[in-house]
Design a protein around this ligand. Structure first.
Ligand code: WTA
Length: 647
């Protein structure tokens, strides 16, 4: 492991929200007395209409699997993100919106956001949306996405956001799985100067969604769209006609807040269900503690609201804290490769949070595009989504942050709802590539394959958590059995993350990546099973196996082994067709990098594909294949090696 350590800056620590001593004391309290600790945070970060009876009540056992925080307490998320700020910061900017084109921007105050959310909540009610109903959002990065989210929370509807880069099929299956009656989309979305036909995609999806009665369309691209009378309504016309008065619904702490689909190692994507009170407490607390957020800071998270990072760290965490949150519609390379840093200067951004894949691609263009900007307002930098290689970390630190901004490498998951491990900028020495230390209340353990805790340092194993935290997943929507099987059946008594990790001599954690069949491409989660199912739809494909391999830019690339039906011939045209097929089924994020036609796949005698071998061949590590004697036909491996494709 590299020895480079950047000590905590004394100057930074002196003004930090949390310094090293405070971290130690608070962490100890959070583990020794979790209920007392979280009760205090719940009172600090959230305004409740009615207090709770019990702080936590839980079991990870199969028979009785449940997780509850702040039981019977009442609150409303939009009230916490809007109404309670009005008196003190009604005229403060809540959302700075920076459009795809540098000429397009907007500032929305808390007062304005409150009014628009209230109006839109009334529009939803008019269309028959009631507490507990599901609403699907398929939107670009425009302020209306935040308005729609908050409007759902205002009336107790459960939003399910589908990333705009997913295909109509992927959208339809998510709408149907959670039985959404309303879909909110836009005419087109704008990315890198190009228009993407979101409404066309939504129409195609809704054709296969019998439960959808309303489609609300935000005007963005301005081009004509097809219209279904009675079902489709324009967002701007509807809010103009709606009342600006909509009292927030009193929600129970354990009422569902949102569903977000994510890929796992098997089957179709799962609807991760988050509930209200615990999620909001931890979203707000992590946003303040991890980014050292202070009143008046301009905060920018570059994620899309279609991912969990956008939920927690563009919308709910920052707005609960009364922050100014920047929402960016575009891409880092448009109109040119300095865009991120130009936006930092334009809006005087203090805290900047992005993904390693973006850093790596910008690093590839050299220092010039960064150094042409000042970035003097930056104080804290963050990363999320995948391990960051030390080289990219140092570039981010030295060139982007001028060597003066701590970097918080935040490890967490859709299921965890908020940060789980990260250095705190005023408390921890920074080790490039290490997610460092658990957040308050999080008790990570490393388990061997039999489920025994590995004590002592250094160590490495399967990363699990031995107790619940307030923002954790409550169930898989509509499938509590799958919830148990996915996260709690592997190691009894623990939440299993699916990640592997190492703990170094100092007890600091390093995430080594997924140990299951989940791929992480540019920080986006993709299940190998989903991609294999899509490939299997082609009439000449007999079988497919998909694995990840190390990729300089995207972290992992997608390598597919495809066996064709007897008598079929592989060709470059067929490869192109298969790539297109998967893209159409899942979306542009599922771009296969390499296809290898394979007459046979390495299988055990019981017919199980040995992915370990496929991963090695894809990574070009053919010398360390290990034991292949248990294969039904060891000769297939030689063929795979001989015919492997260039990376
Ligand atoms: C990976 C994104 C290393 C990890 C918030 C996890 C990371 C998966 C980091 C969750 C990090 C996320 N270092 N790996 N800082 N952050 N991951 O659900 O494999 O889209 O299990 O949530 O991303 O991805 P998800």
């Amino acid at each position: 492991m590299p020895d480079i350590v950047h000590p905590v800056s004394v100057e930074f620590a002196a003004n930090a929200n949390i310094n090293a001593e405070q971290y130690q004391a608070m962490y100890k309290e959070s583990i020794d007395n979790p209920d007392g600790f979280w009760a205090e945070q719940a009172n600090k970060y959230v305004s409740w209409f009615k207090p709770w009876d019990t702080v936590s009540d839980w079991s990870f056992d199969q028979e009785d699997l449940h997780i509850e925080w702040f039981k019977n307490a009442k609150l409303n998320v939009s009230y916490n993100c809007l109404d309670r700020h009005l008196e003190k910061r009604g005229d403060q900017v809540a959302i700075i919106w920076e459009g795809d084109s540098p000429e397009d921007d907007r500032k929305i105050t808390y007062k304005e956001l409150h009014e628009e959310v209230s109006r839109f909540a009334n529009v939803l009610k008019d269309r028959g949306v009631q507490k507990g109903d599901r609403v699907s959002l398929y939107l670009p990065m425009i302020p209306e996405a935040a308005v729609a989210m908050l409007a759902c929370t205002r009336i107790g509807a459960i939003h399910s956001i589908v990333f705009g880069g997913f295909s109509p099929d992927a959208l339809a299956s998510r709408i149907n799985d959670s039985d959404c009656k309303v879909v909110i989309t836009s005419d087109q979305s704008m990315r890198g100067g190009r228009k993407i036909p979101l409404k066309v995609n939504a129409d195609t999806a809704i054709d296969n969604c019998p439960g959808v009665t309303t489609c609300i369309v935000v005007r963005r691209g301005g081009d004509d769209v097809a219209w279904t009378e009675g079902r489709d309504i324009w967002y701007d016309e509807a809010i103009a006609a709606a009342s600006p008065d909509c009292p927030p619904e009193e929600m129970d702490s354990e009422d569902p807040l949102f569903i977000l689909y994510t890929s796992g190692s098997t089957g179709t994507p799962k609807g991760v269900l988050h509930s209200t009170g615990g999620y909001l407490v931890q979203a707000a607390m992590t946003h303040e503690a991890v980014f050292d957020y202070k009143d008046g800071d301009v905060y920018w998270c570059t994620a899309d609201v279609g991912w969990v990072t956008g939920h927690t760290y563009i919308v709910y965490g920052p707005l609960a804290n009364g922050a100014t949150t920047l929402m960016f519609e575009g891409i880092p390379t448009y109109p040119d490769i300095s865009r991120f840093w130009q936006v930092v200067d334009k809006h005087k951004v203090n805290i900047f949070y992005t993904a390693p894949t973006a850093i790596r691609s910008l690093m590839g263009a050299g220092n010039g595009p960064v150094e042409s900007t000042s970035r003097e307002t930056l104080r804290v930098l963050g990363t999320v989504g995948e391990p960051i290689n030390p080289e990219a970390w140092e570039w981010y630190h030295g060139v982007v942050g001028n060597g003066k901004c701590p970097i918080v490498d935040t490890w967490w998951q859709t299921e965890t709802g908020s940060h789980m491990m990260t250095p705190l900028p005023g408390a921890h020495a920074l080790k490039p590539g290490s997610a460092t230390a658990p957040f308050f209340g999080v008790h990570p353990v490393l388990l061997d394959d039999e489920g025994n805790e590995i004590e002592g340092n250094p160590a490495s194993g399967n990363l699990a958590i031995d107790r619940p935290w307030p923002a954790m997943i409550r169930t898989v929507f509509g499938d509590h059995k799958r919830f148990y099987e996915t996260y709690f059946s592997m190691f009894k008594g623990y939440y299993f993350t699916g990640d592997g990790a190492k703990r170094d001599e100092d007890g600091n954690y390093w995430i080594t990546g997924r140990v299951d069949d989940v791929l992480n491409v540019s920080g986006h989660r993709l299940g190998t099973a989903e991609i294999e199912a899509a490939l299997g739809l082609h009439e000449v494909v007999a079988e497919a196996a998909v694995v990840g391999y190390p990729h300089d830019l995207t972290g992992q690339g997608i390598y597919a082994y495809v066996t064709l039906m007897d008598g079929e011939e592989g060709s470059e045209e067929l490869k192109a067709e298969l790539v297109k097929l998967v893209r159409g089924e899942i979306g542009p994020i599922a771009k296969i990098n390499i296809i290898q036609f394979a007459p046979g796949l390495p299988k055990t005698r019981s017919g199980k594909i040995m992915r370990r071998i496929l991963r090695k061949i894809a990574a070009d590590e053919v010398d360390g294949l290990g034991d292949t004697s248990t294969l039904a036909d060891p000769s297939v491996v030689d063929d795979l090696i001989d015919n492997r494709e260039n990376r």
